[in-house]
Design a protein around this ligand. Structure first.
Ligand code: PLP
Length: 425
């Protein structure tokens, strides 16, 4: 019977003929934007062929090869490979040994974490992803409040989930402290979390204890939990002390995010963590369970990095941390002095991290329509590239990375001086 049907008719009966592929990316994918790439790719970036490019744009301390992980870190990962016992799956939240190691590493200034408070993730970005996902519910119209200027990944993560993003201002004239009145004005009934990034990328600023107290007081008053991105934690310059939000005596639940990327100089190893600080029991049991459930999405983080973690965190000597801080501090001073002498640029001396913010006084550069225009021409004429403030949500600023060798920083500053001298009026 079927055989007697014309071929095209039987195909039509199966519905195969007139259908076309309609495969479209989900809104989670479409709303997942890389704001740095979006802005940078839209610039017509052509370096001057007669000058080698100096990239002060990449927030990866390993790119120029001058900053290397400690021998202890390298040895630890070699042993994790050679020992042969880190090749399997482990618990999704991380192995007990690695969680305990992070708890110990972050227990200072009177804070005492336990292994059960730690969840290991695939880099600090993934830690932040889990924190936003566990606290903010797009189906309830939730929002999160993030710093401006600020690291763009908070927005990327929230928008991909369909969570609304609000921003609070940082004040350059007040050492990039938070505009507390502005922060409080952003909070509404749907606010699920406030993201606090200290020390700050891109500002290089470090909050003191009293400022942190003020921030936590606002969170406590409105009963909003904090996501504290402390990836730079003790990477602060000699006169500055890092204070973790967890060490402040306040009745605010906090998810602290960190990892090996910056202070240990191995961003590609993708090892991050969340540490639960919950003096009021607000995260018990829902958020703790939720984070554990979400860690199942990736079946846990890299087993070799977990195997190496106890030795890395225990054996890396203070001298390694001090050397890194001193190199960055020297570079910061060098950059600050050089740029302070350039009319039209106002550098802001960082207190830690790997970055410096520089204001571009556009009123003195009528040739340029915007900070983006300025950056593009600086690349075209001097082959120097920094990230425009627009990548972090503010205009008329640029962010410089100060991890690169000092001779290159000096050369970049010389070129910026010549460039600004040509156009300053
Ligand atoms: C680099 C950075 C991160 C991401 O770190 P990974 O561990 O590489 O994912 C998170 N937050 C800030 C502020 C950063 O600068």
């Amino acid at each position: 019977m079927l055989d007697s049907l014309p071929k095209d008719k039987s195909l039509a009966a199966n519905g195969c003929e007139d259908k076309t592929w309609k495969v479209v990316a989900s809104s989670a994918a479409k709303n997942c934007k890389n704001y740095i790439r979006d802005i940078v790719d839209n610039l017509a970036l052509e370096p001057n062929r007669d000058k080698a490019v100096i990239a002060l744009s990449l927030g990866d301390p390993t790119v120029y090869g001058n900053l290397k992980p400690s021998p202890e870190t390298v040895q630890a990962i070699l042993e994790a490979v050679q020992g042969g016992v880190c090749n399997g799956y482990g618990p999704c939240v991380g192995t007990d040994g690695a969680r305990k190691a992070v708890a110990n590493y972050l227990s200072f200034d009177g804070v005492n974490f336990e292994a059960k408070d730690v969840i290991l993730c695939s880099g600090c970005s993934s830690s932040l992803d889990l924190c936003v996902t566990v606290l903010a519910d797009p189906n309830k119209g939730h929002n999160i409040i993030i710093p401006k200027p600020g690291f763009p990944i908070y927005r990327t993560l929230a928008e991909s989930l369909g969570v609304e993003v609000k921003t609070y201002n940082l004040l350059p004239e007040e050492g990039w402290n938070i505009d507390l009145l502005h922060l409080e004005a952003q909070i509404d009934d749907n606010t699920a979390a406030i993201v606090v990034n200290n020390p700050s990328n891109p500002c290089g600023s470090v909050f003191d204890e009293s400022h942190l107290k003020d921030i936590l007081e606002i969170a406590s008053k409105h009963k909003i939990p904090i996501i504290a991105d402390e990836i730079y934690e003790r990477l602060v310059f000699p006169e500055t002390r890092f204070v973790s939000a967890a060490s402040i005596d306040a009745d605010v639940p906090i998810l602290i995010c960190g990892g090996l990327a910056k202070r240990f100089l191995v961003p590609g190893w993708r090892m991050g963590w969340i540490v639960i600080h919950d003096p009021v029991g607000a995260f018990d049991p829902d958020i703790r369970k939720g984070l554990a459930s979400l860690s199942q999405k990736t079946i846990g983080s890299n087993s070799l990095a977990q195997g190496a973690l106890p030795a890395i965190l225990k054996l890396t000597p203070q001298s390694f941390y001090d050397d890194l801080v001193n190199i960055l501090y020297d570079n910061a001073k060098l950059t600050f002095e050089a740029l302070s002498n350039i009319a039209g640029l106002v550098p802001y001396m960082p207190e830690g991290t790997m970055y410096m913010m520089v204001k571009i006084e556009l009123e003195h550069f009528p040739e340029f329509h915007s900070g983006l225009d300025f950056m593009q021409r600086l690349m075209e004429e001097e082959s120097v590239f920094c990230l425009p403030g627009e990548c972090f949500g503010i205009s008329e600023f640029m962010r410089l990375v100060i991890t690169i060798p000092s001779e290159l920083i000096q050369e970049a500053c010389n070129r910026m001086s010549e460039f600004c001298g040509r156009y300053y009026t």
